[in-house]
Ligand binder design. Structure first.
Ligand SMILES: [Zn+2]
Length: 441
C-alpha cells in the first residue's frame, strides 16, 4: 500500500515549491501530486514544509559525549596539540558502551536537525574490533538513518592498531550493502599514516570502495609530508592509488593549486566543515577554487553539531568575512554544497538517488515546522532555509528515511530518546573520569 504525505508545502530540492502530496511506494517517492491515491496511508503535514532529508558528509559521532568536558591544563597552540590534548585523549578512553552511547546521541541529534544520512568517521583505539558495528547499529538499526561508517586507521598508536583499523574497515565494507548502512575505508590523516600502512590499505581496499580521510586540515599535514616523504599530501595519496571515487577528502584547507588540480582530475569529493575550521583556527576553505574546478564539494559538520543548515549559513558568512566581499558565496554556490554535491556523494557511496523529492528518489524527507513570514517559493527557498530556519529555529516534526518513519509527530519511533539520553549521561560521566586520568579503558 502506498503512503502519502498530504497537505505539505513540498520543496523538490531544486527550484519548485508546491502545495501537494508526496506519494511513497516502498522506499521511494513515486509522485508529487495534488491529492493522494485511493487507499494510501496518509500523514497530514498540516501545511508544513517538506524538504529532502539533509546529508552530513563528514561527521564524528565519537565526539558526542565531549559536550561540557573540561580537561585540566588544556591549552593547545596548534591543530596538532588540539588532537593530542583533546580528541586523542577522548577517543582512547572510549569503550564499547560509550561508543554506542556516542553514536546514538549523534544519530538522534542528526535526526532532530532533519539529517537523514551521515558519513561518519570513527575512532576508538582501545576498542577497535566491532566498533563500527556499534556505530552502524545506533545510526541505522536503532534510530533508522542511513550511515556510512569508517574507522580512522592510524599509526599514532602503533602498527598493531593500524592493522586492527584496516580489518575493522574491511569487515564493514564486506557487510551486505542492502540496508541503510555502507562503509568507506577510513584513514585518519596522512601525517599519522606510514607508507607501509598506506601500501597495505592500497593492497586490501576492495574494488569500488573509497577512502574517507582528513586532508590538510592543519598546515602540519603538508609540512610533515614534505619533510618525511619529499612530496605533498595529495601526491602521496595518489601514489598509492587511493584518490578515486567514491573517496572523500575532508577539509583540504592547505592544498596548493597543483594539488587542487589533481583532486579535480581524480574525481574525488572534498568536504568543507566551516564551523570546525573556525573553531580550530586552521584556515579558510577555498570554496571558489574547488567549485571552479568542478570538484564535488560537499558539506559536513566534523562532529561540531549536527545542524547542516546552520553549517551552510556559516559557510556563507565565513567566505564573505574572509574575503571582505559581501557578494562571496552566493545562494547558488551554497546550494551546490548541501543540495547538489552532498546528494552526489551519497549516490556514489550508497547507490541511491537522493537530495530531491521527485519520482524515483529515495523517500528521505524532513518535515519542518516552519511558518514563513514572507512569500515562499522556488526562488526564495534558500533565503527561508538560511535566514529563517537556520537563523531562528529548526523544528523537525517528522522525518522519513527510505519511506520509514524515524520521527513521527515530534517523537522518535525506533528509540526511547529520554532513556538513551539518561544512559548517555551515565556513560559520559564515566568516560570523563577515564579521560581525566589520561589513559584508555
Ligand atoms: Zn573530521
Amino acid at each position: 500500500m502506498a503512503r502519502a504525505i498530504v497537505n505539505a508545502q513540498v520543496w523538490d530540492g531544486a527550484d519548485i515549491v508546491r502545495r501537494g502530496c508526496i506519494v511513497i511506494e516502498g522506499q521511494t517517492v513515486s509522485a508529487v501530486v495534488d491529492s493522494p491515491p485511493p487507499g494510501a496511508s496518509c500523514l497530514d503535514a498540516e501545511g508544513r514544509l517538506a524538504i529532502p532529508g539533509l546529508i552530513n558528509a563528514h561527521g564524528h559521532a565519537y565526539s558526542s559525549l565531549a559536550r561540557g568536558l573540561a580537561i585540566p591544563g588544556y591549552a593547545p597552540r596548534s591543530f596538532g596539540q588540539i588532537l593530542e590534548q583533546l580528541w586523542w585523549r577522548l577517543d582512547r578512553a572510549l569503550d564499547p558502551a560509550s561508543v554506542y552511547a556516542s553514536a546514538v546521541v549523534a544519530a538522534m541529534d542528526a535526526a532532530r536537525c532533519g539529517v537523514t544520512t551521515v558519513l561518519d568517521h570513527h575512532a576508538s583505539p582501545s576498542c577497535i574490533a566491532g566498533s563500527l558495528d556499534l556505530v552502524r547499529r545506533a545510526f541505522c538499526d536503532d534510530v533508522g538513518l542511513r550511515a556510512s561508517v569508517a574507522y580512522e586507521v592510524s599509526d599514532r598508536d602503533g602498527q598493531a592498531k593500524a592493522l586492527d583499523g584496516i580489518e575493522e574497515n574491511l569487515r564493514a565494507l564486506a557487510a551486505p550493502a542492502d540496508g541503510l548502512a555502507r562503509a568507506h575505508m577510513g584513514l585518519h590523516a596522512a601525517f599519522t599514516l606510514s607508507d607501509e600502512t598506506l601500501a597495505r590499505v592500497a593492497a586490501r581496499i576492495p574494488d569500488g570502495a573509497g577512502i574517507h580521510i582528513h586532508v590538510a586540515e592543519g598546515p602540519e599535514d603538508e609540512e610533515q609530508s614534505l619533510e618525511r616523504h619529499g612530496m605533498r599530501v595529495i601526491e602521496r595519496l595518489d601514489q598509492f592509488g587511493l584518490l578515486r571515487p567514491p573517496s572523500i577528502l575532508a577539509h583540504v584547507l592547505h592544498l596548493d593549486e597543483k594539488e587542487k588540480d589533481r583532486v579535480a582530475e581524480r574525481g574525488v569529493a572534498v568536504v568543507h566543515n566551516p564551523r570546525s575550521n573556525m573553531n580550530n583556527a586552521v584556515g579558510t576553505f577555498d570554496l571558489d577554487g574547488y567549485l571552479r574546478r568542478s570538484v564535488v564539494t560537499g558539506l559536513g559538520t566534523d562532529g561540531l553539531g549536527a545542524n547542516l543548515l546552520t553549517e551552510l549559513f556559516t559557510a556563507g558568512l565565513l567566505q564573505k568575512h574572509a574575503r571582505h566581499d559581501s557578494l562571496a558565496a552566493g545562494f547558488g554556490d551554497l546550494a551546490k554544497l548541501l543540495f547538489v554535491n552532498n546528494p552526489k556523494i551519497v549516490e556514489r557511496a550508497f547507490g541511491v538517488r537522493c537530495g530531491r523529492i521527485a519520482p524515483g528518489c529515495a523517500a528521505d524527507i524532513a518535515i519542518l515546522d516552519y511558518a514563513a513570514p514572507t512569500p515562499l517559493d522556488g526562488s526564495t527557498i534558500l533565503g527561508h532555509l538560511l535566514f529563517g530556519v537556520a537563523a531562528h529555529a529548526l523544528r523537525v516534526s517528522d522525518l522519513l528515511v527510505a519511506g520509514r518513519d524515524v520521527i513521527r509527530n515530534g517523537a522518535f519511533v525506533g528509540v526511547d530518546e529520554k532513556a538513551e539520553l539518561a544512559k548517555a549521561r551515565e556513560q559520559a560521566a564515566e568516560l570523563w573520569k577515564r579521560v581525566s586520568k589520561g589513559g584508555g579503558r
